[in-house]
Design a protein around this ligand. Structure first.
Ligand code: GLN
Length: 306
């Protein structure tokens, strides 16, 4: 298949539409982006890349980082992790507090904020200290994308100062004894991995292990076992876009994970990983144009899993 031509076709269609949505502003530093940037990268299992737009421009990966931290926590704790975070779609916004109250502080899944704060807390318990924990997360991602990546201090601080809902989520879960470390340490680690900066090309490369049963096809290194990779993909499909996960499955039909920085990653099992970037978000906090581009991709290639 001529993937480069398909990317060009997608870009033409995307650019023929009027821009829709707004860039995230509830974390003030996230506003400092070019709202109409567009990029898309495809990485095949044999290492071939196809790119379009500003594919090497770094952006804040935000909730896409939850895929890496969930994979790490699942690797360390196995099924025990599900005592602290379930694997059901929430049907609620990513930062919602409502279910936590009557579900005794157990978040619905690791891709909503509450669930990701718990997986980060579990990593912190394992690695003991927040600097080592962040270094381990960074190292896990570095070895997947084969490049050194860094977090953005301004975005990190901005979220630290304005993350009232995440503080509320962590406090509520702590009251149910589902946060085992000081809230400050857990949230700092969580905000830091959310503020990691990566390009579309780096993210597509880093996600390739999930298209290949947990093994990086470029190095043959197993990052997680095949049954665990299956779980990560299943949760990306059912929970990766919060209360728009059904919509994403309906229109795109791939396991995917979005972030409020404007990125979306998607997996075509046994074939490739894809990343798209466009920072204007729809009302559910997912990239408007990114979703459209992925929908066009599965329509033009017939690569939806359905
Ligand atoms: N750091 C963001 C937050 O906690 C991540 C949210 C997202 O990307 N959906 O609000």
């Amino acid at each position: 298949m001529n993937y480069q031509k398909i990317l060009e076709e997608i870009q033409i269609q995307i650019q023929s539409e009027l821009p829709k949505g707004e860039v995230a502003s509830y974390i003030p530093a996230l506003k400092n982006v070019q709202a109409d940037d567009f990029a898309m990268s495809i990485k095949l299992l044999d290492g071939t890349s196809y790119n379009i737009g500003c594919f090497d421009k770094k952006f804040s990966i935000q909730s896409i980082s939850k895929v890496f931290t969930f994979a790490m926590a699942l690797k360390l704790y196995g099924k025990d992790l599900y005592k602290r975070v379930w694997y059901e779609p929430s049907g609620n916004p990513f930062n919602s507090l409502v279910q936590l109250e009557y579900e005794k502080g157990i978040p619905r899944n690791p891709f909503i904020n509450a669930g990701a704060i718990v997986t980060t807390d579990s990593l912190l318990s394992y690695y003991k200290n927040k600097n080592i924990t962040f270094n381990e997360i960074n190292h896990f991602i570095n070895s997947l994308c084969k490049k050194e990546i860094f977090y953005n201090e301004e975005i990190f601080k901005s979220e630290l100062e304005s993350g009232y809902r995440n503080q509320a989520l962590a406090s509520l879960m702590k009251s149910f004894k589902n946060i085992n470390n000081p809230i400050k340490d857990t949230l700092e680690t969580y905000f830091k991995h959310c503020s990691l900066m990566m390009s579309c090309e780096e993210l597509a490369t880093a996600m390739l292990f999930l298209a290949n049963h947990g093994v990086d096809p470029l190095t043959n290194k197993e990052f997680i076992t095949a049954p665990k990779a299956k779980r990560v993909n299943a949760l990306m499909l059912t929970c990766g876009h919060y209360d728009a996960s059904g919509d994403f499955a309906f229109h795109v039909g791939l396991p995917g994970k979005s972030g409020v920085g404007g990125g979306i990653v998607a997996i075509v099992p046994k074939k490739m990983a894809i990343c798209v970037y466009s920072p204007r978000l729809n009302e559910k906090g997912n990239s408007h144009t990114g979703t459209k581009a992925l929908e066009l991709f599965t329509t033009l290639t017939e690569l939806s899993i359905f």
